[in-house]
Design a protein around this ligand. Structure first.
Ligand code: PHE
Length: 373
């Protein structure tokens, strides 16, 4: 018996070693592959896989192939935290990409920071996400800018004087973006005539919308995610509210129109890129994505693709493939040519980029304007 045990103990480390090949670079991804924000995680995953497939087909990073390990957090904060713990402590990844939703990135970031493994969020725009620590980075713009963009659009393009806000109090993203919009819109001389709330998961918004209707606002700002926004749009139109609805990047999903139907058409939101771009790099990206997945890439797909390329470039420059060396190189990212615009990571570990405003037209998004920082 003792002998068997000794043999087993001797063999176990070898078995462990077999699961991780030394010529592989392990990168973790956590995202909502299921749940009410599922298109966020699914689109991101498609963008990431496309980028890493390209990198591996071209020989990998300094001769090493990349292996992406993806964990579904089901769109839940607690699951996001345990996904990242697992990726670091069990899978031994050298870097992590995720999440889309700011609340989930915030739930996971302290763990990445504690274990000193770089975490790169491609899409979380709430400013506090990267403030968690020096291992947390992002490649997208932040909400103080996005909120300004939509306030400016309401004020200048739509000539709105009165705005109502309907915010998701369970989402850090929604609360942060609502606050900025309110502040910026007032600075521009506008008035906020109603500022009401809901919680992600709600399905009936008629009480809030009835109150908003009584204020007759020129625009209604709804910084939520597509599932609730689609339902809100339907109920607003059922109640006879005609004001344009405005939102942020959280609207971006192929499901927005499926849920909101006719009611969501004609409304506007800010986003990270436009599929109408004539930039050859963007045109090429969209063409390849369509060939691979038979669908048009949304913003998460583009941001996921960009995040993978930025991270791979940092790993390629790193002296060794360790979380610390990769962190140092991520911080030096400058003028990186990406699908969603040039990426330079600043001292706060954020990217400063332009935003676009698009209009929903069924499954299509009509490009309206670009607003630079
Ligand atoms: N910016 C959103 C957040 O921080 C997430 C998001 C990004 C959603 C891009 C859709 C598209 O929560």
């Amino acid at each position: 018996m003792k002998k068997i045990l000794v043999t087993l103990l001797a063999v176990l480390p070898l078995l462990g070693a077999c699961t991780k090949k030394s010529n592989e670079i392990l990168i973790g991804e956590f995202g909502s592959l299921t749940g009410s924000d599922a298109t966020f995680g699914l689109s991101t995953n498609k963008g990431l896989r496309m980028a890493f497939d390209e990198i591996n087909a071209a020989g990998g990073i300094n001769g090493k192939k990349v292996k992406l390990i993806t964990v579904d957090d089901q769109g839940k904060n607690e699951e996001a935290a345990s996904a990242v713990t697992r990726l670091i402590t069990q899978d031994n990844v050298v870097a992590i990409i995720g999440e889309v939703a700011s609340s989930r990135s915030k739930a996971a970031a302290p763990i990445a920071q504690k274990y000193q493994v770089p975490m790169l969020t491609h899409a979380s725009t709430n400013p506090t996400v990267t403030q968690v620590g020096d291992y947390i980075f992002r490649i997208c713009f932040i909400d103080p800018f996005q909120g300004f963009v939509m306030a400016k659009f309401a004020n200048q393009n739509l000539k709105a004087k009165k705005a109502a806000i309907l915010r998701d109090v369970k989402s850090d993203y929604s609360v942060g973006l609502a606050d900025v919009f309110s502040e910026e819109f007032k600075k521009m001389g506008g008035e906020i005539t109603a500022d009401l709330s809901f919680q992600s998961g709600d399905i009936d918004f008629k009480a809030q919308l009835t109150q908003i209707r009584s204020k007759n606002p020129d625009v209604i700002f709804i910084p939520g995610y597509y599932t609730e926004v689609g339902l809100i749009a339907q109920q607003a139109r059922q109640l006879g509210i005609k004001s344009p609805l405005l939102g942020g990047d959280g609207w971006d999903s192929s499901k927005l129109h499926e849920i909101g139907k006719e009611a969501i058409n004609g409304n506007y939101y800010s986003n990270h890129y436009t599929t109408e771009s004539t930039d050859p790099a963007v045109v090429e990206f969209i063409k390849k994505f369509k060939e691979k997945y038979n669908e048009t890439p949304d913003a998460m797909a583009a941001l996921g693709y960009d995040a993978a390329k930025v991270l791979a470039a940092a790993i390629g420059r790193a002296k060794e493939v360790t979380p610390k060396a990769i962190r140092e190189e991520l911080a030096k990212t400058a003028d990186f040519p990406a699908v969603t615009g040039k990426i330079t990571i600043n001292a706060e570990r954020n990217a400063v980029k332009s935003a676009v405003v698009v209009q929903v037209q069924g499954p299509e998004r009509k490009f309206i304007t670009t607003i630079a920082p």
